[in-house]
Design a binder for this molecule. Sequence first.
Ligand SMILES: CCCCCCC[C@@H](O)CC(=O)SCCNC(=O)CCNC(=O)[C@H](O)C(C)(C)COP(=O)(O)OP(=O)(O)OC[C@H]1O[C@@H](n2cnc3c(N)ncnc32)[C@H](O)[C@@H]1OP(=O)(O)O
Length: 610
Amino acid sequence: MADQLRFDGKVVLVTGAGGGLGREYALEFARRGASVVVNDLGGDIKGGGKSSVAADKVVDEIRKAGGKAVANYDSVEDGEKVVQTALDHYGGIDIVVNNAGILRDRSFLRTSDADWDIVHRVHLRGAFKVTRAAWSHMREKKFGRVIMTSSDAGIFGNRGQANYSAAKLGLYGFSNTLAIEGAKNNIYCNTIAPTAGSRLTKTVMPDEVINVLKPEYVAPLVIYLCHESSQENGGLFEVGGGYVTKLRWQRAGGAVVRKKGVQMTAEQVRDCWNDIVDFETNPDYPVNISTDGAGRILSIIDQIENPEDPNAYPNPGGKGPEAAIGSKMRIENVELSTRDAMLYALSIGVSTTQENHLKFAYENSEDFSVIPTMSVCLAFPVMPGIMKSDAVSIDYTQLLHGEQYTECFKPLKSDEKYSIEGELVDVLDKGKGAIFITEAKMFDKNEELVSLNQFTTFVRGAGGFGGKRDSTVAKQPLPTPDRQPDAVVSEKTSLDQAALYRLSGDYNPLHIDPNFSAMGGFEKPILHGLCSYGFAARAVLNKFCNDDVAKFKAMKVRFSKPVLPGQTLQTEMWLEGDKVHFCTKIGETGQVCLSNGYVILNKDDRLAKL
Ligand SMILES: CCCCCCC[C@@H](O)CC(=O)SCCNC(=O)CCNC(=O)[C@H](O)C(C)(C)COP(=O)(O)OP(=O)(O)OC[C@H]1O[C@@H](n2cnc3c(N)ncnc32)[C@H](O)[C@@H]1OP(=O)(O)O
């Protein structure tokens, strides 16, 4: 068959494959060219006993038909050993079908701790152990397909199966998160709730029903979901007897019970009950924790607090993230200590190995100066403040610094207090991402403007809300000249550069916590955009301002590629009129990490003399 879904070269692990559904999956994958690990502990359906017979029989069957298979007899609770069999025999693992399971059906009152625990251990913990052992191998290959086996008993509940229902719906929750975490690496995870005749269902279904619920009516769905051509991810499917259907959540229109300034009571909940359970008037189909979960609640809170807003709930669907444009916050008494100024200087590469270091790193230096881009650190806290408020909901693992603009109106002075006024000035929809532009003005104690910063934040995956693509308020980066640079500065960052820079105020775990950066799709924590920004600012200051901070008027750049701590930043600069155009490359890879940058030099004598 020309268009057959083939699995040649793929390694498939099916747990509980000694009979029933698992056996059928194993046979079908092998028929389609896969190398199959047939895992079965050979126990009874209650989790007792152990034998190699069941798995061996299936392996024989596959091999006799010309297929490739190997047996594994470990419990799924020993997930590493199960996966090791795939690695030892076939050198990798591409697909995991979590199918193994047992039953300990009892009425709830008679369910013992042991009944509860063993069912959870085999279904939920077993799937966790096996999938975790396979995960890093799939990530490396940037391919993986995982199936979780849930059950109608979990989705709807079933008498006598409290332990089993809880574990089975747990697998769906587990799959939902794996679907999110795996997507970047082309690892897709789906959940099936099969109805089929098997050792487990034989105990609860009559023979005539079992006979028409053949495993071969379930396997085709599993085969399709596991094929590289399938883009389905995070789905939940009922399948049985030849019928396949996808399930989703539906949420009732609900009711805003609370009113601004009034205590919320149980009686109000009672009085709103018909709306709370009304699926007819204004239902929706939530899929995403940020936009449909916490984000929606935040938008409703906004409506409660601002009842005059024309986009009032219950029509939050009409309200995109643009609704937050204009959100403001002000922070008073932000101190710029001399110590912080020196720490900032060190964190953007000032070093005692440089001639000019005393000016920025020694408080007793007669021309002690604060590097002008340090205003980004003082202004930074308004950004999360504003982006958290109102209708904006953000998946922080997907957030990257996109661009930065800094304009200086007066040189920064240490041991001074400033106030910062932030405003969300624009939100853009770039399809694959959303962009939030925050402006932060910094004032001194006389309320005179000292600096203006424009932070552009790119949130991957948050686009597609139907917003505008371009901004009229954003400062635009400018192309660099097409000629040899007038100056080049190359500096190697330290392996601890991000660990150091974060002490200047951006504590985003993306830059230090490997678990967090992995969730963002990075192999290691990446360097702060604003740290590279500081390196580039220093390069221009040094080459074109003679390290005189008063000559530095404004700077703009786009962060176009992530930088890893330890990499070299090579800044190429071109002087054109009052502008120094620049771009920064990663020395080790040649990739441009800061693109279309420029610094405007100050020709204003008034500022230079301040
Ligand atoms: C609430 C707390 C707030 C805290 C904020 C800051 C916290 C910090 O701790 C975070 C950081 O420092 S992260 C480190 C620094 N930043 C980076 O490393 C990002 C590097 N850039 C990228 O990876 C890609 O540009 C990427 C991934 C951003 C985009 O690349 P692609 O997805 O390939 O996009 P592409 O197809 O090239 O373009 C799509 C549209 O988006 C515009 N665009 C691209 N890069 C942009 C960027 N960096 N900034 C702004 N816009 C950008 C493109 O122009 C395009 O738009 P259009 O089609 O309309 O022209």
